[in-house]
Structures are given as C-alpha cells and as structure tokens.
Design a binder for this molecule. Structure first.
Ligand SMILES: *[C@@H]1O[C@H](CO)[C@@H](O)[C@H](O)[C@H]1NC(C)=O
Ligand SMILES: *[C@@H]1O[C@H](CO)[C@@H](O)[C@H](O)[C@H]1NC(C)=O
Length: 373
C-alpha cells in the first residue's frame, strides 16, 4: 500500500450525502446462482454505496457462499471502499468510474477476516482522501495485513487511477507537509526495516496502466519486501516513464516467470533487460515478450544478439519508435530475423519501420539493406 500513498495531490472538497444500503438492497442486486453457490452482485451507483454495508450483508450469508461484486458509478457515484477491501466470501471485485472515498484505512486494527479476494479491478476511479490521514500513515508503521493487502490475488488491475485530497491546503500546516518531505529518505529506508514479506503466490496478472502520478519509486517499494513468483503478465502502459526502472532491468530476480511486459505508450528512449542473471539454470523455450511499441527508442543496444541467447530469450517489440535507418537498425533487423526463425508468431516485427533521412520515407525492416556497417 505504501506506493499508493504517493498519489495524493491537493484538490477538492467533497460534501457527501450519506445513505445506508439495507440487506434487502443487496438481496435484490445479488441474485443467487445456486449451482455455483455464488452471489453475483451488479450494482449501478448514482449516489453512494458503502462497502461496510456490503460486508455486513455477506457476513450473514451461509459460510459456503462466495460473492462477486461489480460496481459501476455514474459521474456522481461515490463508493466508500476501505483498503484492504475485505468482506467474507468476496472473491471478485470490479469497480468502474467511481469516486473512491475512505480508501486509506481509519484504523490499523486487524479485521479478523481472512484473505479471499482473487480478482481485483479498479478502473477509471478517483481516490479521494484526507491529506492529514495520508501524512499520518506516511509516518506510521503499517500492519502486514494493511501493507500487503490480500495475498490471495490472482489478478490485480489498477487502471487510470487518479488521486485527490479532501483538504483545503490551509487545513494542513506547512510543518506537516515539510515533515513528509524531510522524512522522505527515511521513508524510502523503511522497507529495509520491514520484517515481513508480502507473498503474492497466485498473482499472475498485474495491470497498472495510465497514471500520471506514478512515482519513480513505485518499483522499489513494490519489490523491496514482496514476492511475485508466478507473475506472468505485467502491463505498465502510458505512465510517462522515460527510462526502464532497475527492478525491470533485473526482472529475472523480481518477476522470474514473466512472459509479457507491456511498456507501450511510455517515453522510453533506451532499454536494457539483461540485468540480473536468472537463478534457474534450465533454459526455457517460451520467451519473454517486451512490448516497447509507441515509445521514443532511437538507440539499439550493442548487445542485442544476447537477447536471444540467455536462459529465457527476449523478444523486444519496437513498433512505432523513431528508429533511424542506420547500422543500429541493421543490428535490430538481424536480431529480429533470428528471433523469427524460432518464433514465427511474432512475424509482425518484420514490418517495423525505420525513418530514412535520405529517402524521406519509412522502410520496412525486412526490406532494409545497408552495406556500410
Ligand atoms: C481515464 O480517466 C479519466 C477520468 O478520470 C477519463 O476522462 C478518461 O477517459 C479515462 N481514460 C481511459 C483511457 O480510460
Ligand atoms: C510522452 O509521450 C507522449 C506520446 O506517446 C507525448 O504526448 C508526451 O508529451 C510525452 N511526455 C513527455 C514527458 O515527454
């Protein structure tokens, strides 16, 4: 959770009408699927809904019943959703288009609920929080339950999430603000003092795309005390990143089973994915695909041939980058042609183009020749 504390910017005041959803509200919106023993809730929120009310409702269901909750909000819709979003039996939670309130927990006392959530998706939501609370949490040791969230997750999507604060700037003293920034280094040292590890043993899919408030420390905090032994797909699209964070250069160390790393629509100019060596010695036939399409790469690394010779071959897709037609590009071409001998299905790589300054046009990789290299 530490990472999400970073996203706060100072903004609006929200005045919220409070209503309470009764048991019959959820009974009505969550029809029973008897065969699967699953209650599937689909709720459209035009005013406000509180996760606590939902949690009360699920706590009264039979203990074998599982629940999925889909919440879609109108422009005015508010969902009070306290992290780590636990409710008895809740295995899937999809939230779309909501203002999320009460997100950072008021209390750090244990919930006494076990982790059960398998799928979480927050899409196009605004997390609104009290800046004083955030400053407080910044300076407080968190519990493992709060910090790790639900370790049963298989899929985790935080897409197009933005952050706002409910305070006027005057509510927060300059001293409080400065304290956060002066203790920043101390904050980044905190992971070293953390004695637990978050183990996301089932997590296969992460999508954290489209966010203008991603901190450059995101990956450091994400990996410092957490394990992702099965992570298969990692989408990190359109986050304005200009360079590859060290934790992704060293992906073998932190995400040993990675198959797809999608960094498309960022602003990356150079890349390196040959960092830390693998701890596994056995070679794998399945490659890691790194999607760097629609970035700003102009420089192909000298060691491009090595991308195919490691224990896990790496396919780097540079579609839509400002590649010049030169010896660099020829190096990329020979790498692609070698890759295609083994992996025909990435045939679209052969249609990647370079910009020829001499001919004033784009030339496709398969057609590119250069005798001067
Ligand atoms: C992202 O969220 C904003 C509102 O916060 C919305 O206007 C925009 O359409 C969303 N973009 C995508 C690609 O979903
Ligand atoms: C990043 O790239 C996008 C296009 O992909 C561009 O609109 C944006 O201005 C770039 N941002 C920076 C900070 O260079």
């Amino acid at each position: 959770m530490l990472r999400h504390l970073f996203g706060i910017i100072v903004g609006i005041n929200l005045i919220l009408a409070v209503t309470c959803q009764s048991r019959s509200f959820f009974d009505m919106n969550c029809p029973q699927n008897k065969a699967a023993n699953l209650r599937k809730c689909e709720i459209f929120v035009d005013s406000r809904i509180d996760f606590i009310d939902f949690g009360k409702w699920t706590s009264e269901l039979e203990s074998t019943v599982k629940v999925s909750l889909d919440v879609t909000c109108s422009k005015k819709g508010v969902f009070s959703l306290p992290w780590p979003m636990k409710a008895r039996g809740l295995i899937k939670l999809n939230v779309k288009g909501c203002v999320l309130e009460g997100f950072f927990p008021e209390s750090l006392t244990p919930t006494n609920l076990k982790d059960e959530l398998q799928e979480l998706s927050l899409d196009t939501c605004v997390i609104v929080s009290n800046l004083k609370r955030v400053i407080y949490l910044f300076n407080t040791p968190l519990t493992k339950e709060i910090d790790c969230g639900q370790q049963t997750l298989q899929r985790s999507v935080w897409r197009n999430i933005s952050y706002m604060s409910t305070n006027n700037m005057e509510d927060v003293t300059i001293d409080q603000f400065l304290k956060v920034f002066s203790s920043f280094e101390h904050f980044l040292n905190r992971p070293k003092q953390i004695r637990y590890r978050c183990k996301y043993s089932n997590l296969k899919y992460i999508d954290e795309s489209i966010s203008s408030t991603r901190s450059k420390y995101s990956f450091l905090l994400m990996t410092a005390y957490a394990d992702f032994p099965k992570l298969h797909t990692f989408r990190w699209i359109d986050n304005g990143y200009r360079s590859i964070p060290q934790e992704l250069i060293d992906w073998r160390k932190y995400f040993p089973q990675l198959k797809l790393l999608d960094l498309s629509y960022n602003n990356v100019t150079k890349f390196d994915f040959l960092g830390a060596p693998s701890s596994e010695t056995a070679s794998k036939s399945e490659p890691l695909v790194v999607d760097l399409s629609q970035n700003s790469v102009a420089e192909i690394p000298i060691n491009m041939p090595d991308y195919l010779t490691g224990s896990v071959p790496i396919i780097v897709d540079l579609t839509g980058n400002p590649l010049r037609c030169d010896c660099n590009f020829l190096r990329y071409k020979s790498y692609v042609m070698n890759a295609l001998k083994r992996y025909e299905k990435y045939e679209k790589l052969s249609r990647i183009t370079c910009n020829s300054a001499i001919k004033h046009r784009k030339i496709q990789l398969v057609n590119y020749r250069n005798n001067n290299c």
